[in-house]
Design a binder for this molecule. Structure first.
Ligand SMILES: *[C@@H]1O[C@H](CO)[C@@H](O)[C@H](O)[C@H]1NC(C)=O
Ligand SMILES: *[C@@H]1O[C@H](CO)[C@@H](O)[C@H](O)[C@H]1NC(C)=O
Ligand SMILES: *[C@@H]1O[C@H](CO)[C@@H](O)[C@H](O)[C@H]1NC(C)=O
Ligand SMILES: *[C@@H]1O[C@H](CO)[C@@H](O)[C@H](O)[C@H]1NC(C)=O
Ligand SMILES: *[C@@H]1O[C@H](CO)[C@@H](O)[C@H](O)[C@H]1NC(C)=O
Ligand SMILES: *[C@@H]1O[C@H](CO)[C@@H](O)[C@H](O)[C@H]1NC(C)=O
Ligand SMILES: *[C@@H]1O[C@H](CO)[C@@H](O)[C@H](O)[C@H]1NC(C)=O
Ligand SMILES: *[C@@H]1O[C@H](CO)[C@@H](O)[C@H](O)[C@H]1NC(C)=O
Ligand SMILES: *[C@@H]1O[C@H](CO)[C@@H](O)[C@H](O)[C@H]1NC(C)=O
Ligand SMILES: *[C@@H]1O[C@H](CO)[C@@H](O)[C@H](O)[C@H]1NC(C)=O
Ligand SMILES: *[C@@H]1O[C@H](CO)[C@@H](O)[C@H](O)[C@H]1NC(C)=O
Ligand SMILES: *[C@@H]1O[C@H](CO)[C@@H](O)[C@H](O)[C@H]1NC(C)=O
Length: 381
C-alpha cells in the first residue's frame, strides 16, 4: 500500500515570454527577425514567477513540491532552459525575470569566511540560478519548426486548404478596413500573424495608434491570427509534422517526470521557456482543446502550462494546468485525451511517446533537412 502524501513530486513548467517589441516571422518558413523584451514583459514574468512560488514553493500550499528548497534554491533540484533561437534574447530574459520572482534575493545566500566575516551575495543575495540557453543550431528541441522543409510544406498545404481559403475570404473585408493602420504591411491572409502582432504591439505601446484604432479591430485581428496559428502549429494526425513544436519537447518532459518519480533523483522542478507555438501543439496532441476549445490559439504573454506529478494510489499521475498570462492568476485544469484530469504517468508517456522526436537525427528525417542544424553529420534512417 503506497502512502499517499499531500503535495507534489515535481512539476514541469512550459512558460511563454513576456511583452516584447514587434516580431516578424516569414509566413512560409517562420524564419524570425530579432526582437527585444520590454520592462512590461519583465514585470509580467516576475509576477508569473511569484505566482508559481506561492503555488509550488510554499509549504502550506496544497501544490507544494515536497522537499524542494524554498528560500535558497538548490540547483540540483532544478533544470531550467529557454529557447534562444526565435525571438533573440526575449525568451531567455523572460525566464530570468520569472526565476527572480520564483527565487528572489535572500540573505540566506551568504557565506562565512575563515576570518569570521559573513558575506551576502550582491543585490541583497541575488540567486544566480543557471538557465540553459537553447539555440536551435545546436539543439533543436525548443525551436524545431524553422529550417524544417517538411514543416514548410505542411504550412503551404494549410494555406492552400479550402478552410484557409474560406477564412481568408471571410477576413478580407476586415483586412481592407484595417489596412490604413498597418503602415504598409501586407494584408495577405498568409501574413495574419504579423498583422496581429503589429496591431497588438502598437496597441500596447503607442498611444496615437491605440487612440486611432477602431474598437474590436484588435479582437478581430486576434481571432484570425488564432485560426492561422492553430492551423500552422497543429496537425490532423498527432504525429504529423504540424505538431513538431511540441514533439521535440516531449523527450525532456518524459525524462523530467520520470526523474520526479524516482526518489533517488534530486530533480523537482523543470522550466522550459518557449514561444506560443509549443502550447498550440501540446494542446492539440493531448486533445486538451476538446474540453477547452477556447485554448486553441495564441496564449497570452507570460502564460504557463504546469504538468504536475503527484502520488496516486496506483503510482504517479500527471495533471495538466494552464494559466493564461498574468491578468487572471488562476490555473485551470485541462483534461487530457478527452476528459482525464489526472493521467497515470505510464499512460501519459505511452500515449505520447509514439509522437516524440528524440534525437537530432530523427528531427532531420522528420523535416527532410539534410544540411542545417547538424543534419549534415546525421545518417537519415
Ligand atoms: C536543501 O535542503 C536540504 C534538506 O533540508 C539540505 O540538505 C540542502 O543542503 C539544501 N540545499 C541548499 C542549497 O540549501
Ligand atoms: C546566512 O544563511 C543562513 C542559512 O544558510 C542563515 O541561517 C543566516 O541567518 C544567514 N545570515 C545572515 C547574516 O543573513
Ligand atoms: C575577511 O576577508 C574578507 C574577504 O577577503 C575581507 O573583505 C574582510 O575585510 C576580512 N575581514 C576582516 C575582519 O579581516
Ligand atoms: C515540398 O513541396 C514541394 C512542391 O510541392 C516539393 O517539390 C518538395 O519536394 C517538398 N519538400 C519536401 C521536403 O517534402
Ligand atoms: C497571398 O499570397 C500568396 C502567395 O504569394 C498568393 O498566392 C495569394 O494569391 C495571395 N492572396 C491574395 C488575396 O492576394
Ligand atoms: C504610432 O502610431 C502612429 C499611428 O499609426 C504612427 O504614425 C507612428 O509611427 C507610431 N509610432 C511608432 C513609434 O511606431
Ligand atoms: C533514479 O535516479 C538515480 C539517480 O539519478 C539513477 O541512478 C537511477 O538509475 C534512477 N532509476 C531509474 C529507475 O531510472
Ligand atoms: C488538432 O489539429 C487538427 C488540425 O488543425 C484538427 O483537425 C484537430 O481537430 C485538432 N485536434 C484536437 C483534438 O483538437
Ligand atoms: C487569454 O487572455 C486574453 C486576454 O488577455 C484573451 O483575449 C484570450 O481569449 C484568453 N485566452 C484564453 C485561452 O483564455
Ligand atoms: C470520458 O470519455 C470516455 C470515452 O469517450 C467515456 O467513456 C467516459 O464516460 C468519459 N468520462 C467522463 C468522466 O466524462
Ligand atoms: C522516442 O522515445 C520514446 C520513449 O520515450 C519511444 O517510445 C519512441 O519509440 C522513441 N521514438 C523513436 C522514433 O525512436
Ligand atoms: C526531401 O527533399 C528533397 C529536396 O530537397 C526532395 O527531392 C525529396 O523528395 C524529399 N523527400 C521526402 C521524403 O520528402
Amino acid at each position: 500500500m503506497v502512502n499517499i502524501t499531500a503535495g507534489l513530486l515535481g512539476v514541469v513548467l512550459i512558460a511563454r515570454h513576456g511583452d516584447r517589441l514587434e516580431f516578424f516571422q516569414d509566413p512560409y518558413t517562420y524564419t524570425p527577425t530579432a526582437t527585444y523584451i520590454t520592462p512590461l514583459g519583465e514585470v509580467e514574468e516576475y509576477i508569473s514567477g511569484q505566482n508559481l512560488a506561492s503555488l509550488y514553493l510554499t509549504p502550506s500550499s496544497p501544490s507544494y513540491i515536497n522537499g524542494i528548497n524554498t528560500t535558497l534554491a538548490d540547483i540540483d533540484q532544478l533544470v531550467f532552459r529557454a529557447d534562444a533561437s526565435g525571438e533573440g534574447t526575449v525568451i531567455l530574459n523572460s525566464m530570468y525575470a520569472l526565476v527572480q520572482g520564483m527565487f528572489p534575493p535572500t540573505t540566506y545566500s551568504n557565506v562565512t569566511l575563515s576570518n569570521g566575516t559573513t558575506v551576502t551575495g550582491p543585490l541583497g543575495g541575488y540567486q544566480y540560478i543557471p538557465i540553459q540557453s537553447v539555440e536551435n543550431t545546436l539543439d533543436i528541441s525548443l525551436n524545431s519548426f524553422t529550417s524544417c522543409p517538411n514543416f514548410d510544406n505542411h504550412t503551404a498545404a494549410f494555406y492552400a486548404s479550402p478552410q484557409f481559403q474560406a477564412t481568408a475570404m471571410e477576413a478580407a473585408p476586415f483586412l481592407m478596413d484595417l489596412a490604413p493602420y498597418l503602415d504598409g504591411r501586407s494584408t495577405n491572409f498568409t501574413n495574419m500573424f504579423n498583422i496581429f502582432d503589429y496591431v497588438n504591439v502598437q496597441s500596447i505601446h503607442n498611444k496615437t495608434f491605440y487612440d486611432m484604432l477602431p474598437p474590436t479591430f484588435l479582437e478581430q485581428a486576434y481571432y484570425y491570427a488564432n485560426f492561422h496559428e492553430y492551423g500552422v502549429f497543429s496537425d490532423v494526425s498527432p504525429g504529423g509534422i504540424g505538431n513538431i513544436a511540441i514533439q521535440t519537447v516531449l523527450p525532456s518532459i518524459f525524462t523530467d517526470l520520470q526523474s520526479f518519480a524516482n526518489t533517488s533523483n534530486p530533480l523537482k522542478l523543470a522550466l522550459n521557456g518557449v514561444s506560443y507555438k509549443p502550447f498550440i501543439s501540446l494542446f492539440n496532441i493531448t486533445q486538451a482543446t476538446v474540453a477547452n476549445p477556447e485554448i486553441a490559439g495564441i496564449v497570452d504573454y507570460a502564460s504557463v502550462v504546469a504538468l504536475e506529478l503527484s502520488e496516486g494510489a496506483d503510482g504517479p499521475t500527471v495533471t495538466m494546468k494552464f494559466r493564461n498570462g498574468t491578468t487572471d492568476m488562476e490555473f485551470t485544469t485541462l483534461p487530457m485525451f478527452g476528459n482525464l484530469t489526472s493521467v497515470p504517468l505510464t499512460q501519459f508517456i505511452n500515449a505520447l511517446a509514439p509522437y516524440a522526436i528524440n534525437t537530432t537525427a530523427e528531427w532531420c528525417y522528420a523535416c527532410n533537412q539534410t544540411t542545417l542544424n547538424g543534419c549534415a553529420a546525421c545518417t537519415l534512417p
